[in-house]
Design a binder for this molecule. Structure first.
Ligand SMILES: [Mn+2]
Length: 328
């Protein structure tokens, strides 16, 4: 891959590898890419004798717990967190473009932080300020960026690191099916497989981990889809009373079913939570885009995969507005 920005990755690593203690944080509601890139980078830093901690708002989701991790993973309520943050001389922010995506407990720590900030991301329009900004929107995933940095810096990619990075590339490309899937991504995936990542095991662990309750909720949601624009817009709407006892982790992957229906161009999962928040996760075929809709509601993301959350949102109004905003 000869994208010009990849050349700067070895410079970023050069600067980062002079640190003695590094923090790594990614976005709330963690996914395969945020967890995979955090753990992959953690590995590379430690392999150079650099102290590293992952500071996260939320725990590792159940289906990603198989990835090698240990006490380096620190949640916001850890009593040592303030000390770890103030003694770190670099903070790597992964897979997010807006500081709010760090979460309500990590954000204030980040705002007070005075050390160097490294950003590694593939979302458009980064508003997070960093001394070292490595935003490559052509990348399939943040895991791809971290893997290419490791290759550019001639770091050894062992089995553990390969597993973590392969996982994020696999999940962010929807299992090598979405628009960022190309020959370069496949070649990188092959390199990671050669380094020890087992594609069959990883797919099974990540994708075949839904609970029975989650599958039953999916069944309910699929039987009440909202279909408009002559079948081109498919919205899966799950109301507060149906979500009782579930968390956002239980809904992982639900939105993808909306686009798997013949004729669907834009799909969305709209959920109404106990605290009054309405969350939306939107997807589109490459001929359409959903980012502008997410941005209207204060969110963001990619052209074909974006999301937003509206505090104290009115579900019916939000659904009506989405139906009005879509350009089909
Ligand atoms: Mn990502």
């Amino acid at each position: 891959m000869n994208h010009p920005v990849y050349g700067t990755l070895s410079l970023a690593w050069q600067a980062l590898s002079t640190a003695t203690s590094v923090l790594i944080s990614a976005h709330i509601d963690p996914d395969g890419d945020s967890i995979g890139s955090s753990l992959g980078l953690l590995h590379f830093l430690r392999s150079q004798g650099i102290q590293a901690h992952i500071v996260q708002e939320h725990p590792i989701p159940k289906n990603l717990q198989f990835l090698p991790h240990d006490s380096a993973f620190i949640q916001h309520d850890d009593p040592d967190i303030a000390h770890i943050v103030t003694t770190a001389d670099a903070w790597c922010i992964l897979d997010l473009n807006a500081p709010q995506r760090l979460g309500p407990h990590i954000l204030p720590l980040f705002e007070q932080y005075s050390g160097e900030v490294f950003l590694f991301d593939h979302h458009v329009n980064p508003i997070l300020k960093a001394q070292y900004s490595n935003v490559i929107i052509e990348s399939s995933s943040t895991c791809e960026i971290i893997a290419r940095m490791a290759l550019a810096a001639h770091l050894e990619i062992n089995t553990q690191a390969a597993e973590c990075l392969y996982t994020g590339i696999m999940t962010d490309t929807g299992g090598f099916r979405h628009s960022r899937t190309n020959a370069d991504v496949m070649r990188l995936a092959a390199t990671l497989i050669e380094s020890g990542a087992d594609p069959v095991k990883i797919y099974d662990k990540v994708m075949n981990a839904q609970s029975l309750a989650s599958m039953q909720l999916l069944g309910l949601a699929l039987s009440h889809l909202s279909i408009s624009h002559e079948g081109a817009l498919i919205l899966m709407i799950i109301r507060r009373e149906q979500l009782h006892g579930y968390s956002s982790e239980d809904l992982e992957g639900f939105v993808n079913y909306t686009l798997s229906i013949d004729g669907a161009k834009i799909g969305g999962l709209i959920t109404e939570w106990e605290d009054g928040t309405v969350k939306m996760s939107l997807r589109s075929k490459p001929t359409h885009e959903v980012r502008s809709i997410a941005e209207y509601f204060g969110g963001g993301g990619h052209m074909q995969a974006a999301g937003a959350r509206v505090r104290q949102g009115n579900l019916e109004e939000i659904v009506g507005k989405i139906q009005e905003l879509v350009k089909i």
